[in-house]
Design a protein around this ligand. Structure first.
Ligand SMILES: Nc1ncnc2c1ncn2[C@@H]1O[C@H](COP(=O)(O)OP(=O)(O)OP(=O)(O)O)[C@@H](O)[C@H]1O
Length: 406
């Protein structure tokens, strides 16, 4: 919801604000670029500027809701509000508050929350004045409209906010939450192993939300995966790419079909651990080629037999790069909730009809030696060779049609 005449989105960042001036300015610039890219990608009019710890998207009322929706998808954004900008005078602000109440108040107790920034002499009124005079203006507007005004400062149903700055004031009625974290592109890139299941897209998004661009890698399991399995990975990466239109999120598809066949034929209890080693080595090969500095995986302690603490240790040694596991200590129910928020859950749960790779009695306490000694000798060379020549899928061409609808 927005006040009538809303012409700006007020965008707040969090952690960026506690950095040194130099770092903060760099991060704000990156966030500005990312917001402009999101607007352009969605054909929304708007120009992003930055002033005193806030970013502002100047736009039109017809686009202000969509521009706000775009802003709250950008890593680094803590919250955003579709707002109306007015002169920083008591008269202009109270008039805007009254108009906002006339247009947006739909019954229930109200409150005014005002903040004033700048030197004490920047305005000839205080934030308390704004709240009391603004409250009176809203009271009168509700009464004039035939309603019964009621104030409740502790638990209002309708809150109007005023953010009064030295040369401009903003009036708004909601603060929409963003992902927080840091602007995408303020960290070095990571290779994200994305399977199209529930977990890996969430893991990839977690590192993106801390500022790290990802190079998504999917390992095609051949007859053990199937077209739908790969389509799930493509669609979930497309969902991530829509949030990062100015970054290269093309999906690298590494052929793992022959490797899986070898593993099914020649290994048993440690099969999934060798498959994981194949994937890490493939990810490392892609990372080295693109100057990425680590690997992201969606594993969580104990979620599967291949994810016991021992097995994570047994497989990690295949690469010198750090393996980041943002979901390591999360419960599945929380991961599912994040996947729903991210919009990747529905596609991740489409049945993919994969053939079973896992052995009936998987190892739960592997060691690096026990895994390597049971593994086909050429496995890692196969991973390197397949990863040097991946198929590249440009997921930007994907619309939002879910896998099931294709
Ligand atoms: N075919 C694949 N291509 C790329 N990465 C994969 C693939 N399969 C698994 N991974 C990576 O390995 C991690 C663990 O996979 P596994 O299938 O054991 O667990 P999972 O909990 O089902 O993961 P997910 O829900 O992401 O599929 C995944 O989160 C992902 O990062």
């Amino acid at each position: 919801m927005h006040p009538p005449g809303a012409d700006v989105v007020v965008v707040r960042h969090g952690e960026v604000g506690v950095k040194s001036d130099q770092v903060r300015m760099k991060m704000e610039f990156q966030l500005q670029e990312n917001l402009n890219a999101l607007l352009a990608d969605r054909d929304l009019p708007g120009d992003t500027g930055c002033q005193r710890n806030r970013l502002y998207i100047r736009t039109e009322e017809s686009a202000v809701e969509d521009a706000t929706a775009a802003a709250v998808e950008a890593p680094g954004v803590v919250s955003a509000s579709p707002a109306r900008s007015v002169e920083p005078t008591l008269d202009a602000i109270t008039e805007a508050l009254a108009e906002t109440a006339r247009a947006c108040h739909d019954g229930g107790p109200f409150a005014v929350e005002a903040r004033r920034a700048g030197n004490a002499d920047a305005h000839d009124f205080s934030s308390r004045d704004l709240e009391s005079e603004g409250g009176q203006a809203i009271w009168d507007a509700i009464e004039d409209g035939g309603g019964t005004p009621e104030v409740d400062l502790d638990d209002p149903e309708f809150t109007t906010f005023v953010d009064c700055r030295p040369d401009e004031a903003f009036v708004f009625v909601e603060k929409r939450a963003g992902p927080g974290g840091l602007p995408l592109g303020t960290q070095q890139p990571l290779v994200a192993l994305v399977s199209g299941g529930i977990d890996s897209p969430v893991a990839a998004w977690q590192v993106m939300a801390r500022g790290a661009p990802i190079l998504p890698v999917y390992v095609d399991l051949g007859d053990y995966g199937g077209a739908d399995h790969r389509a799930r990975a493509e669609t979930t990466v497309a969902a991530l790419a829509r949030r990062a239109p100015n970054f290269d999120l093309q999906l690298r598809v590494v052929d793992g079909g022959r490797a899986v066949e070898e593993l099914v034929a020649k290994t048993d209890a440690t099969r999934m651990l060798s498959l994981r080693r194949f994937m890490y080595r493939a990810a490392e090969t892609v990372a080295r080629e693109h100057d990425a500095v680590g690997i992201v995986s969606g594993e969580a302690i104990g979620q599967k037999s291949s994810q016991t603490t021992a097995n994570l240790a047994a497989t990690d040694v295949v690469t010198d790069l750090p393996i980041h596991r943002p979901l390591l200590t999360m419960d599945k129910t929380d991961i599912i909730e994040r996947a729903r928020e991210l919009g990747t859950y529905d596609d991740a749960t489409v049945p993919a009809g994969c053939n079973r790779v896992a052995p009936s009695r998987p190892e739960t306490a592997g060691t690096p030696m026990s895994v390597v000694s049971a593994e086909p000798e050429e496995l890692l060379a196969m991973a390197e060779s397949a990863a040097r020549d991946p198929a590249v899928v440009d997921v930007r061409a994907y619309d939002e049609t879910p896998v099931a609808g294709r």
